[in-house]
Design a binder for this molecule. Sequence first.
Ligand SMILES: O=C(O)CCC(=O)C(=O)O
Length: 331
Amino acid sequence: MDLGFTMKLDQQQIADFEQDGFLILQNVLSESDRAPIVSEYDALINALGRDRGHADTAWESMSFEQRFTRLITTDPDAYEFLDISLPLSHDLSDSSGFHAGPAVFNLLTHPAILDIAESIVGPEVVSNPVQHTRIKPPERALNAVGQGNSNIAQTGWHQDAAVVLADAEASAILTVWVAMSDATPEMGCMRAIPGSHRWPDLAKHCPGSTGTGEIYIPSPLVSDHQPVDLAVGAGGVVLLHKKTWHGAGPNQTDSIRWSFDLRYQPSGQTTGRTCFPDFLARSTQTPDAVLSNAEHWSERWHNARRDIASGATQAVFNERWETYNTDPMCA
Ligand SMILES: O=C(O)CCC(=O)C(=O)O
């Protein structure tokens, strides 16, 4: 039932976002909004535990957090089945993992999330497929493999505009980062440099040794600036301008730190990752074209995987930073 409640940002919030390049919004999603996502992931982790041989008798008595931590620290490759994007790989196969369940679709299309996105990108809101879930176990439980993976460990400094193809330079892509758990400095909440989105050029990014998604701004460029913590409670949201310099520290607690980073943009602009599916999430001009069926959304991701695996679609990701491979700052 529509009670006319809106989460649209007010003028002060929009001005703060424009000034700082980020905005923290507490209490956007309630516990009951988040509960179906937790249940969906609980079932997924149990299925992965069974299928990949981790579900012994001890497993049965473990909490969600303990089962997740055990799965991912002993078998980090299982993470691809939890992420809400296909892996950024040219070698996808029909069995490459991703998760596109109904609870995640309901998050992507949650009215409060779309109200917030609409406040920045306007009324024709496209869900951009650059999206991830990051479920970070306690850092001390991670092995060397996990350390280089920003889905489960710390995230290097970067600008989101640097992650997409260069042809998306004019696309007004907004990052909507949703906290499933609290995100405190000790848990490795995001950090950002206020006002960095107003600096004219994109920073130099190093290619990163562990995958296309792991580009980073070299630390000598960051150390001159004063970052702030973007701490937020479970259910809160952090908005990021695509040029804001940001990263996230390690999770130094004994609890998991869980977030979804989603992206939205105005319709009619390239997403910067066109080999993966976008969809129209809200529209006043063409409301009939809005995707409202979670199964259709999931099908689009399955079709993208099929087409990339068969060679019908070329998987093209941002590789423009590879040229800095031999740059002394990136060594
Ligand atoms: O949550 C994180 O660790 C980093 C998220 C991030 O960098 C992003 O959403 O662009």
